[in-house]
Design a protein around this ligand. Structure first.
Ligand SMILES: Cc1ncc(COP(=O)(O)O)c(C=O)c1O
Length: 460
């Protein structure tokens, strides 16, 4: 088969056999799919040799670019030893070494300012499973402590914690989650700290964190039923890159301690430098009881996730075999050695290349360009925390009237950007800017020029 025939076959076979996530396949089938064959640095190449800037880090996972030598070598090195063995009844060297390093990193990052940092590492494979583990762990912890009524959770409107049913139960993005309502367990909801569209109708300059007061009302009346508050610290990412006002996260921590509920920090999107610190909790000196991490942990190479718990939580599960205090949870690929080797390499790169130190000047460029973009006619709000940024498009800037879902404004902008060599993926009306942390100043600036042009083209 010639190369052109092979490409054609791939395009047809994709439509015939593959069901893509979060994709209306009826539309997909009418278009020619872009099929990626190669990556280098911050760029990805399709089967026709066209290169695109990977503006969303391959769904927020890539940190150091594609084909990073140290990670390639680490995986190759591990391949020469063993690719997988189970963590049920056995252990493996990369998983142990990674756990040790992670615990040290977490304690260095978030410190012990408000209590002991999590010290026990429970492995799984993706962000959703890290969240499932955290929910089951929190629930079972309270049962062991004799608080059997703590059967529910408090989560936020606009929250996104993944697509498995536990994670969806604590989610709050209606468009994604409403369909599954009948399958979900009941949770308590608190307002989203979405200042641009405050659901309480407040003005963030004067409200004194009114959304926190609402959360406190719920905790005051229902803490006996609530095992944990689960939160995406500082940035509600998939909900639309919603940045919590300063002091919000710290208040959530204070309320959790006051009302004896655990705090689960879902750092799946925010972890590994995305917000400018290794973990978002660090910005407000917050120490969670349970922490979920995934995405950037392997630099975007391999599926891996971790749920970290404090010693106190871990200890509550200890007992005689017959007592059935065991945490009955696990996955086939838990602690996969290839993934752990990739993660170990990543942690080495963070230290050696001083990734976080180098991020600040790039964040300055990002913020400068966002400010410029904010002046455009249909840009309602621009917001960022470090290298997580969103541009919210509106039909009417004065009234903040959003574009209707079916207007597909985000998608139109993404299409224009793609035609100019930048791959981005919107969240409804919010354009997400989240390139690899290693992107060069020049590529970042160029990406934002393309995004600005795409906004102008799509809205005029
Ligand atoms: C905060 C947060 N938690 C959990 C998840 C789910 O991760 P995964 O897609 O790996 O299951 C995501 C994914 O975007 C996320 O942003």
């Amino acid at each position: 088969m010639g190369i052109l025939d092979k490409n054609k076959h791939l395009e047809e076979a994709d439509k015939k056999y593959v069901w893509h996530p979060f994709t209306q396949m009826q539309e997909w089938e009418t278009e020619t799919p872009i099929i990626i064959t190669e990556g280098q640095d911050c760029f990805i190449k399709d089967i026709y040799g066209r290169w695109y800037l990977d503006g969303v880090s391959s769904l927020w996972v890539n940190i150091f670019g594609h084909r990073k030598k140290e990670i390639d070598d680490a995986i190759r090195g591990q391949l020469g030893k063993i690719s997988h063995s189970t963590m049920l009844g056995l252990s493996n060297a990369p998983a142990i070494e990674l756990a040790e390093k992670l615990v040290r990193m977490v304690s260095q990052s978030i410190g012990q300012a408000q209590g002991p940092a999590p010290t026990k590492v429970f492995y799984s494979d993706n962000g959703s499973t890290a969240v499932e583990v955290s929910l089951k762990m929190a629930f079972q912890y309270w049962r062991h402590r004799g608080f059997a009524a703590k059967n529910s959770f408090l989560s936020l409107n606009n929250a996104y914690h993944g697509d498995t049913l536990g994670a969806v139960s604590v989610g709050g993005v209606d468009i994604f989650h409403n369909t599954f309502g009948p399958l979900l367990f009941k949770t308590f909801k608190a307002p989203s700290p979405y200042c641009y569209r405050c659901e309480l109708g407040e003005d963030c300059r004067t409200c004194g964190l009114a959304c926190i007061k609402k959360m406190e009302d719920t905790l005051k009346h229902h803490h006996d039923e609530i095992a944990a508050v689960i939160i995406e610290p500082l940035v509600q990412a998939a909900g639309g890159m919603i940045i919590a006002p300063q002091g919000y996260l710290r208040e959530v921590r204070r309320l959790c301690s006051k009302y004896h509920v655990l705090l689960i920090a879902d750092e799946v999107a925010t972890g590994f430098g995305r917000t400018g610190k290794m973990f978002a909790c660090e910005h407000e000196d917050v120490v969670p009881d349970i922490m979920c991490i995934s995405k950037g942990i392997t630099g975007g190479y391999m599926p891996l996730a971790v749920t970290l718990a404090t010693e106190e939580i871990y200890t509550a599960f200890l007992g005689e075999f017959r007592e059935l205090k065991t945490f009955f949870h696990g996955h086939s690929y838990t602690g996969n050695p290839l993934a752990c080797a990739a993660a170990l390499a990543c942690m080495g790169i963070f230290e050696r290349e001083e990734t976080l130190k180098k991020l600040q000047p790039k964040t300055d460029i990002l913020e400068e360009r966002l400010k410029d973009i904010s002046g455009l006619a249909h840009v309602g709000d621009v917001r960022n925390k470090g290298f997580m940024a969103g541009i919210e498009m509106v039909k009417n800037k004065d009234t903040r009237e959003p574009y209707a879902w079916e207007d597909k404004m985000g998608w139109k902008i993404a299409r224009h950007a793609l035609n100019n060599g930048v791959f981005i993926r919107p969240l409804g009306n919010v354009i997400v800017i989240m390139p690899p942390l290693s992107i060069s100043n020049e590529n970042l600036a160029q990406m934002l020029v393309v995004v600005k042009g795409a906004i102008i083209s799509a809205t005029s």
